[in-house]
Design a protein around this ligand. Sequence first.
Ligand code: 3PG
Length: 399
Amino acid sequence: RTIDTLGPLRSRTVIVRCDLNVPLSEGEITDDGRIRASLGTIAELREAGARIVLISHLGRPKGEPDDRYSLRPVAVRMAELLGAPVEFVGETVGSEAEAAVAALADGDVLLLENLRFNPGETSADDAERRAFAERIAALGDAFVSDGFGVVHRRQASVTDLAELLPSAGGRLVADELAVLRRLTDAPERPFSVVLGGSKVSDKLGVISHLIERVDTLVIGGGMLFTFLAAQGHDVASSLLESDQIDTVRDALQRAKERGVRIVLPTDIVVAERFAADAEHETVAADAIAASRFGASGIGLDIGPESARRFAEVIGASATVFWNGPMGVFEMEAFAAGTRTVARALTETDGFTVVGGGDSAAAVRALGFSDDQFGHISTGGGASLEFLEGKSLPGLEVLA
Ligand code: 3PG
């Protein structure tokens, strides 16, 4: 259901669930992509004369107020981007929030404090979640679900709230779905998926599912070492999930049977320790333990030959989905792999989608801009679960 199904919105109080979970460093927003992505829906609601109450989580606080996760800096940045005031109150529910909502005029925007300062938001107990959602629902007349990055979560502000008020999906949710459906329904081929990031256990579901659908699966990032180990290589002190080796081996076997090409790195940048200024050298992927750092060597990036091969795969694809950095891009010495992959995505004529808060932050931190890619999704876990073919609770309630 889209916003127009909610009827006239003038003078009505509309609660909008956004995903304003932006990266912060010492209180400063280091990537405002998710704030920008939320502006379309807010502008549409302002034009319609609604009174807008924004709600969001930030980080993973433990169900109680914690200043490190306050949304206050987000209100400041959003006001700058919107070119209009964004009021902020330091609670999600309570008398201060009620007073601030009551004071709204048509077109005004208010941001409430981090939902996850309340234990009810993420509670596994249905009644506790529902009770919190009821308190939020009491603040408004209608609900717009626009936090695409959280639609895979069964949480009070995502699922319960949508059942308590007339509800619709916002513009961001609609746009994200249109792009992701292009990947799941009828991707132009060859279709390649490039996966990185640290944990293979987070991505096994999507890897299994994609093996049935893609032409090429490219593996980089910390999780590549579990793949190398599954092929019998010694990865020295690199990140390894030993309990996943058998599952990865099965996935490799299945890919082979289905004729899916799995591209793994052939060279690795191995460091003496996990530090930006660590000594490092590039070695063959099957010789990590033979680097000059011996058993203490840690692989922190794919090597230049691998990056070139990955870029070739990307360049030869008609559709590419990328999730997860290739190495520790936050450290300049180990950023080259991620940079080469990002550049290849900007240079190909194919349709490119970058999925995930981390990957999006990575490409921006490396100096690329959003318009160099086909689409940058605001959802990490959400876009992966969508590609995995799972039903997303936050979308189910809007159907
Ligand atoms: C994200 O960053 O992927 C979303 O904001 C969801 O956050 P969560 O994983 O803490 O639920």
